[in-house]
Design a protein around this ligand. Structure first.
Ligand code: NAP
Length: 186
């Protein structure tokens, strides 16, 4: 078996669709306990985590996870210099199935944890689910978007819908902080 059983994306964004500010800092307003709990609980279901160089879930269990770090710095696949159980992966040089086999990961869910370019790669391949948390009242103009094409006239929701995903019910994660979660599925 060299395939994910499902592909699920995770992000918490500002009102204007940003993951982080222009300096790649996540402002404290986007670090919300209820969302962190949702995120980390769901990562327990993941067989593999895929991320960009500037993204990482942190936490005590991170080193135990199989991980792909997407980069153009290698032609195809190479050991990660610091993370255990991780590979550097250039999708132009190796398929996801080849990367999965090289990791020696078990069957299971692929968790896509950003940033924008990594999220975009899996938009094209097709998410089974994208878990989008949003913090009302926080704007990060010039920040790092959840998808590269987010703009004042194109919201993350527009982009998910264009790629065939449909929204589930809106859940409130933290009423005081204005944080909601919508899971989009195919
Ligand atoms: N709020 C949230 O939910 C959330 C989630 C994730 C991240 N974040 C934050 O948001 C920021 C994200 O930073 P970021 O946008 O720079 O994202 P990033 O995904 O962490 O970094 C970009 C990655 O994409 C790779 N890449 C880009 N184009 C590529 C291509 N054509 N082929 C292969 N690899 C390619 C880059 O590789 P090379 O440059 O190595 O070639 C790099 O590893 C960070 O501050 C992070 O902490 C927030």
């Amino acid at each position: 078996m060299t395939d994910p059983t499902s592909i699920e994306g995770f992000a918490i964004i500002s009102e204007d669709g940003m993951l982080a500010d222009a300096d790649r800092h996540i402002p404290p307003a986007l670090v919300v306990e209820a969302d962190q709990k949702f995120f980390h609980d769901n990562l327990e279901r993941a067989a593999v985590v895929v991320q960009g160089r500037h993204s990482h879930e942190g936490g005590p269990r991170a080193d135990s996870r199989h991980r792909l770090v997407v980069t153009q710095s290698v032609p195809a696949l190479a050991p990660h210099p610091t993370f255990p159980k991780a590979l550097l992966w250039n999708p132009r040089g190796a398929s996801l199935e080849q990367a999965w086999a090289r990791l020696g990961a078990p069957d299971g869910m692929l968790a896509v944890i950003g940033g924008a370019d990594v999220n975009q790669i899996f938009l094209k391949r097709g998410y089974d689910a994208f878990h989008l948390s949003r913090v009302a009242g926080i704007r990060l103009p010039g920040g790092r978007p959840v998808f590269p094409d987010v703009s004042p006239t194109r919201t993350p929701e527009d982009i998910l819908a264009k790629h065939g995903l449909k929204p589930g019910p809106r859940r409130t994660l933290d009423r005081t902080a204005g944080v909601t979660l919508v899971t989009w599925t195919r």
